[in-house]
Design a protein around this ligand. Sequence first.
Ligand code: C2E
Ligand code: CA
Ligand code: CA
Length: 715
Amino acid sequence: MQLIRNMSVRRKLMFISMVITMASLLLASVAFITSDRLYAQKTVVDSLSTMASMIAANSSAAMLFGDSDAGLETLGFLKSQEQVQAGVLYLRDGSVFASYRREGFYDGLPQPDVQRQSVKFRSNHAEIFRPVVHMDNAIGVVYLRSDINAVHDRLIWFLGIVAAILAVSLLLAFALSSQLQRIITDPLLRLSAIARRISTEKNFALRVSGSRRDELGHLINDFNCMLEEIQERDEQLKTYQAELEDRVAMRTQELEIANNELATSKEQAEAVAKRMEYHAHHDALTGLPNRVLLNDRIRLGLAQARRQQTMLALLFLDLDRFKIINDSLGHTIGDQLLRNISKRLKTCLREGDTVARLGGDEFMILLPDMKSASDAGKIGTKIIKSLTEPVNCNGHELHITTSVGISIYPFDGSDAETLVKHADISMYRAKEIGRNKLVYYTAEMNAGSRKKLALETNLRSALEKQQLHLVYQPKIDITRNTITGVEALLRWDHPTLGYVSPLDFIPIAEESGLIIPIGEWVVRTAFSQLREWHDAGFGELTMAVNLSSAQLSRPGLIEILNDALANSGITADKVELEVTENVAMRNIGSAIMTLEKLKNMGMSIAMDDFGTGYSSLGYLRKLPVDTVKIDRSFVSEIPESKDDALIAQTIIAMAHSMNLSLVVEGVENVRQLNFFRQQGCRVVQGYLFSKPVPAADILKILRTQETTGMVNMVK
Ligand code: C2E
Ligand code: CA
Ligand code: CA
C-alpha cells in the first residue's frame, strides 16, 4: 500500500487502469468459461440421457426375451458415439446382460444403481443409469459412461485463449493507459512545473496554460486565479515597499539635514558664545583687552610679582585733544585713529605686557616683571616718542600726543585698584603740567584724583549754573519712515573745562550721589519738553530717559517720576526708561521689583547697551523688559563682520522669541540700515538719521516730517 502511495500519479493511473482491466477481463473470462463449461456439461448430460433413454426403450424386448445378442446390437449403435467409453445393460439382479466397451477401455464396470437416474460427473468421465421399463416394471438398467476429456480440453483451450486475451489486453491497457494518463498528468505536471518556477523565480506573472472544462481545468483556473491574486498582492507589496523605502530615504535625508543644521547651529552657538566672551573681555573698536581683562591680568601680575619679588608698572595713557579731532573730523576718523594708535602702542611693548583700552581715548599698559622703576619710564618715553610721529588716517596726517601717568608696585600700591587709581592721578597731573608728558606717581598726589575732584566740584554747581542741558536723538520707525520717539541725552558745557562727555561725568555723578538731583532734573526737563511737542501737535511722540543704577536703587524714584508726570501732564505710556544690563544686574532682586513697579505705572522699560554686559542672554527672561537696544558696538562692523552680524541676529531672534521690541542703536550707514531692515527690525537710532540735537531741531525735523511725510537723513 505504501508502495502505491509513493508512486507517481502517472504510475498510479497506469496501475489503476491495468488493475481494472485485469479484473474486468478476469471476471468476463470466468463468466464465459463457467457458462461454456455448463453448456458443455449440459450437452454431455443431454446426449447421455437421450442415448440412455433410447437404449432403454430398444432393449426392453431383448431383455424380456433374454436375447443378449439383440441387446448387444442395440448397444452397437454406441460405436458411432466416440465419446462413449462403455455401455452396459444390467438385469434386475445386477448381472450384466450385454455390454459394450470401446477399444482400449479397460476400467471396471460399476454396480447398477437404479435409484440414481441423473448424469453424474466424475473426474474424467460422466455416467448415467437409466432403468429399462416394461409395463411400468423395471426389468433392468442401462449404464452409459462418457469420456469428458473433450470438455476438459475445451476448458484448457479456452483458458489459453483467455490468458492470451488477458496478456494482449494488459499490453494494450498498458500502452493505452501510458498514453491516456497524460490527459490527467500533463496539466498536473504543467501546474507543478509552474509552481516550482514561481517558487524559484518569484515571478507571479506566470500562468498555467490550457483550457479544459473538467476538474483539472477548474484546478488550473483556480490556480491561475490564485496567482493573479498573489501577483496583485505582490505588486501592492512592492509598491508599499517602494513607498516605505522612499519614506525611509526621505526621513534619512531629513535627519541628515537636521543633523547638519544642528551641527551648524551648534557651531554658530559656540561661535556666538566665543564672540560674546571675547566682547566681554575686549574692546570692540580696537580689539584690545578691556578693563575686565586688564584687571584680571593685573591681579595675576601682582601675584607673580609678590612671589618673585619683582616690580610691576601701570601706565595710564590719555590722548591729548582727541575729542577735538573726533568732533571736527568725525568719529570714523576718530575710530581709525584709535585703532592705529593701538597698533603703535603694541609695537612699543614686550611680549607679556598688556595694553588695554579703558574707553574713549584712555589706555592702560601693564608691565609685569620689571627690574627697575626707571624701565617703566623708558617704555613711557618710547610711547610718547612713537606717538609724535604723525598717524595717517584716511589721508589725514594727524598729530597726536599723549599724557602718561605711572604707578609702580610695590611703591605706589599693593592692589590693582590703588595702582590704577594712582596711575590715573599721575596721568591727570601730566595733563595739568602741559600734556605730552610722563609723570610718576608721588605720595603728594594721593589727595585723590584731581580730575575727578575737579569734575565733581564743578558738577555740583553745574545744575545751578545751568551748564547742563538735554539733547534729543530721534528713534525712527523704518517701516513707516517716521519718528516714534526721542532719547534724552545729557550734555555739560563747562566754561573752562569745555565739553565734558557724559561717559566721563555720569560715573562721577553716580559715585558722588549727584546723579539723584541731576537725574531728577533730566526727568522733569525731558517730560516737560515732551509736553511741549505734544502740544505742538505731535501727541504720539515718546520720550526715553536713561536711568543710572544709583537712581534705580535709591528710594524716591517712583515719586519723582509720578510727580514729573503730573507736572508735565504727559501720560506714562509715552515714557520709556533705559537701563543698562549691568545696572539691572547689580542688585537683581530689588531691580526687578522697582522695574516691575515702573512698568505697572505704565512706563516701558528698555534694556540699553544690550550685549556688552556680563550677564547671559538668558537673564533677559528674568527682567521685566519691553524693549532691547542692541548696543552699537555690534552695529558698527556690520555687515562686514560676520561675527557681529551673527550676534545681532541672535539677539534679534531671541528678542522676537520673547516678544520684545527692538531698537538698533548706532546705525550710521545705509548698509547697516539694510541689514537690520532685512532682519525685520523696525526701530533704529543713529547718526544716519540724526545725531542727538537740541529740542528746537527736533521740532524742525518733526515739522518737515509732517509736511513731507518723511524723515530727513542728517549726515
Ligand atoms: P547711551 O544711552 O547708549 O546713548 C547713546 C550714545 O551713543 C550717545 O552718546 C549718542 O550720542 C551715541 N550715539 C548715538 N548714535 C550714534 C551713532 O550713530 N554713532 C556713534 N558713534 N554714537 C552714537 P552720549 O550722548 O555721549 O551718551 C553716552 C552715554 O552716557 C549714554 O549712552 C548713557 O549711558 C549716558 N547718558 C547720557 N545721558 C544720560 C542721562 O541723562 N542719564 C544717565 N543716567 N546717563 C546718561
Ligand atoms: Ca540710552
Ligand atoms: Ca546704548
